[in-house]
Design a protein around this ligand. Structure first.
Ligand code: P6P
Length: 321
């Protein structure tokens, strides 16, 4: 079944609930606005910041604020998004919705890879959509502490040499490209599958001394015969793996003992996409999608992409490298 989604030129396959189409329309609208902001680069008048530190312990970039405000405005106006966990917001937010309609909870990294923004390197937005659950009070973190298998849709937007929006729904991953002149996203890849070939691996090799020996040996094994590509924004590295084939690794290390990648709005979102596209995603001791986070900003190690390469890593880690 296909339904129209405002901002996408043709009806979207894999969407059969009008309320979900409205939630996705909010994401499309916000992404188009963020794309316009990002494209202005240094010419954009950004909100003043004074070195504030966010809940992640990272210095807040003005674009993080602008991206967050843009998506929050779209979700709040949607009347179908009942709540949001956002990388830039310490606590979940909740919005009024039409009680007669299905409603959704969204998870979001509004601007992933912000440090790349000042040097005109690709950044992105990452989103996931859960259905609200009957009988679950919409307050605090509890409604969001769910496995990625509960998602009904996830995806990301890449603000690169073009602006592409990827959408994963059960059994299907699609790519839409923003047509600047019309302001509409147009379908450019209808059925994305992670290739069987795996020419690339992505890891911050500079952290090698921080990894435990099992991880060092696992990375040493998975890099054989492959080229290193590492952009510093997960959306970029993952999109290359989805289109060209590859595997991305962000192991735990002595500085990030629980890993750096956030479970809800990064690892689980990409794991859902990877699995719909025939790939795999692991935390090293099990699949990402089965992980139920204890808190909304919880971090995890992440090994994701080509299923054979992910199994190769898991095997090496299980064997102690
Ligand atoms: P490092 C961006 O901050 C991010 O969360 C991911 O997008 C990216 O893959 C990773 O961190 C880069 O981290 O420690 O290698 O700079």
């Amino acid at each position: 079944m296909a339904l129209p989604v405002d901002g996408i030129a043709t009806p979207v396959e894999g969407i059969d609930e009008p309320a979900l189409a409205r939630a996705l329309a909010a994401i499309v609208s916000a992404s188009r606005d963020v794309s316009r902001h990002v494209r202005s680069g240094a010419l954009l008048e950004l909100p003043e910041t004074h070195g504030e530190i966010n809940v992640q312990g990272e210095v807040v970039h003005p674009l993080d604020i602008l991206g967050t405000e843009t998506f929050v405005r779209a979700f709040d106006a949607s009347n179908v998004v009942a709540g949001l966990v956002c990388e830039e917001l310490a606590e979940p937010q909740f919005y009024s919705v039409d009680p007669a309609s299905p409603s959704y909870l969204c998870v979001l990294d509004p601007i992933d890879g912000t440090s790349n923004a000042d040097i005109a390197i690709t950044i992105g937005s990452i989103y996931g959509v859960f259905p609200t659950e009957a009988g679950v009070e919409l307050s605090g973190e509890q409604p969001f502490l769910r496995p990625g298998t509960d998602f009904v849709a996830t995806g990301y937007v890449l603000y690169g040499s073009s602006t592409v929006l990827v959408l994963a729904t059960p059994g299907r991953v699609q790519e839409f490209t923003l047509h600047d002149a019309s302001g509409e996203f147009r379908l450019t890849r209808a059925d994305m599958r992670i290739p069987d070939t795996c020419p690339y691996y992505s890891v911050n090799q500079g952290y090698e001394d921080r990894w435990d020996p099992a991880v060092q040996r696992a990375v040493q094994a998975v890099r054989q015969g492959r080229s290193l590509r590492y952009v510093g924004s997960l959306v970029s590295d993952f999109h290359r793996d989805l289109v060209r084939g590859g595997v991305f690794l962000y192991p735990a290390d002595s500085k990030n003992p629980n890993g750096k990648i956030r479970v809800l709005y990064e690892a689980a979102v990409f794991a859902y996409i990877a699995e719909q596209a025939g790939g795999a995603a692991s935390i090293g001791v099990g699949p990402v999608l089965e992980l139920v986070p204890d808190s909304v900003h919880q971090r995890t190690p992440l090994f994701i992409g080509n299923a054979v390469a992910v199994e190769q890593i898991d095997h090496a880690l299980r064997a102690g490298g």
